[in-house]
Design a protein around this ligand. Structure first.
Ligand code: UD1
Ligand code: CA
Length: 459
């Protein structure tokens, strides 16, 4: 027994996507299409051979090191693509998967391989009975047994009425596959070598052909254009949300909640309507993510409260912090436990200490802010001098008054105070008060004197 080799066909140009990007790299709920095929294949494959097109360095990169990648230099059809994998294949069972059918489950593939092994067939085809068969290859049976597959564009009107379709997933006996493939000719509407024709070749040779029909035809949905991409994404999105709800996440309005396949959310967290969670985002338990928040590639601890309309990108937020409404955490923002980042506050590449508060209208960039600091409304770290970025360090327990301008590089010591409205350009020692603004001048009785001057001027 040589185990199962999975060949994944992903060299097609994806013409119908009308894209510069190879179809295999189009994203479905945050993962490239090819990622789905690989994930499903890994469950049961002893070895995986991925067939890619020319100039597909980025598809190779997305595949990972445990995969054998072969190139199909000319796109001469699915049969020709499979042939490119021959040298890299074992001798036992070959499972062929298309790279554009992301909803296929590994359970279905396991059943297919099992059926194939149990019957000793030359090929076992995975079929689906669908409502709309348009665009798919149709399964032609005779006396109940599969005889051949005809593509939509080569089918007669009668054949087009058949609702059993080819999923493009097949289990082959390796020796029979290569032998039959050598006999396939490109005598079809597209002038291509069709892998589907192997079934007819085997049928004519009297070989045993088996078929397994998927119980959920949704698994067979292939993606050839952007409308199909969106349709499949909405199914996958619903599956992701169902999975989260099953694991204890409350989703108030699944119809308006977008969570990518790459995201994890802890139990008893509540997602409000219009929340988008994407990329490698991890959210802890008992959090509240309110309406309109978009969180990308970020890590949130437990019991974090994100109030409406916050945007987080590559940020880390520790337990029990409170954000927003309307805050913006940019890459490398690190918010300590219990801290509060409030209305219209932007934080970039900065560490904010435990329990520190920046509640209103502030910009904190390239800064290290200690624990228990108060950042007054309108405080700005002036981190950029037009040429380089500079650091601001604010010690624990410091109090920065409202509308302060902190010109970096700058150190404000522990427990220091900055008077409101200051422009601070020099370091402030621990425990000191710094005030950097013009002295206030008060002229008693000035208004009356001015009025008198005016009256006299008019006379
Ligand atoms: C194919 C099947 C069709 C089936 C449908 C299921 C053939 C001829 N037709 O049609 O019977 O119902 O899938 O979704 O096989 N590819 C290559 N090299 C090529 C051409 C294609 O690697 O030269 C790859 C593509 O990247 C894709 C897969 O093979 O992942 C299928 O090709 P595609 O052009 O999408 O075939 P369909 O028209 O969908
Ligand atoms: Ca396809």
């Amino acid at each position: 027994m040589d185990g199962v080799t999975v060949i994944i066909l992903a060299a097609g140009e994806g013409k119908r996507m009308r894209s510069r990007r190879p179809k295999a790299l189009h994203h479905l709920c945050g993962r490239p299409l090819i990622g789905y095929a690989l994930r499903t294949a890994r469950v049961l494959a002893d070895r995986i051979v991925l067939v890619v097109g020319p100039n597909a360095a980025d598809v190779r990169a997305a595949a990972g090191d445990d995969i054998t990648v072969v190139e199909q230099r000319e796109r001469l059809g699915t049969g020709h693509a499979a042939l490119q994998a021959r040298e890299a294949c074992g001798e036992g069972t070959i499972l062929v998967l298309p790279g554009d059918t992301p909803l296929l489950s590994s359970e279905t593939l396991e059943r297919l391989v099992e059926r194939h092994g149990a019957t000793g067939a030359a090929v076992t085809v995975l079929t689906a009975v669908v409502d709309r068969a348009h665009g798919y290859g149709r399964i032609l049976r005779q006396g109940g047994r599969v005889k051949r597959i005809v593509e939509e564009r080569d089918a007669t009107d009668d054949e087009k009425r058949i609702t059993e379709i080819n999923t493009s997933v097949y289990c082959f006996d390796a020796r029979r596959l290569w032998k039959a493939l050598a006999e396939v000719r490109p005598d079809n509407d597209q002038g291509e070598y069709y892998l589907t024709d192997v079934i007819g070749v085997l049928g004519r040779a009297g070989a045993r052909i088996e078929a397994l029909t998927v119980s959920d035809p949704v698994e067979a949905l292939g993606i050839n254009d952007r409308k199909q991409l969106a349709a499949v994404a909405s199914i996958q999105r619903r599956r992701i949300l169902d999975g989260l709800m099953e694991s204890g996440v409350t989703i108030l309005d699944p119809a308006s909640t977008y969570v990518e396949d790459t995201v994890t959310v802890g139990p008893d967290t509540t997602l409000y309507p219009n929340v988008v969670l994407e990329g490698a985002t991890t959210i802890g338990g008992e959090c509240v993510i309110a309406s309109g928040c978009q969180i990308s590639a970020s890590r949130l601890g437990d019991r974090v409260h994100v109030k409406p309309y916050c945007v987080l990108t590559e940020a880390t937020v520790e337990d029990e912090a409170q954000l927003g409404p309307f805050c913006h955490l940019r890459p490398l923002a690190h918010i300590g436990a219990g801290a509060r980042i409030g209305n219209f506050v932007e934080v970039k590449k900065s560490r904010i200490g435990r329990g520190t508060k920046a509640n209103h209208l502030a910009y904190i960039g390239d800064a290290t802010v200690g624990d228990g600091v108060n950042i007054g409304a309108g405080t700005i770290t002036c981190n950029y001098d037009g040429a380089a970025k500079h650091q601001t360090r604010i010690g624990a327990g410091a109090f920065v008054g409202t509308n302060s301008t902190l010109v970096a590089p700058l150190v404000i010591g522990e427990g220091a105070y900055v008077g409101g409205g200051s422009t601070i350009t020099k370091d402030v020692p621990a425990g000191a008060l710094a005030v950097g603004r013009a002295h206030q001048v008060v002229k008693e009785g000035w208004a009356a004197r001015r009025a008198k001057r005016r009256r006299e001027g008019e006379d």
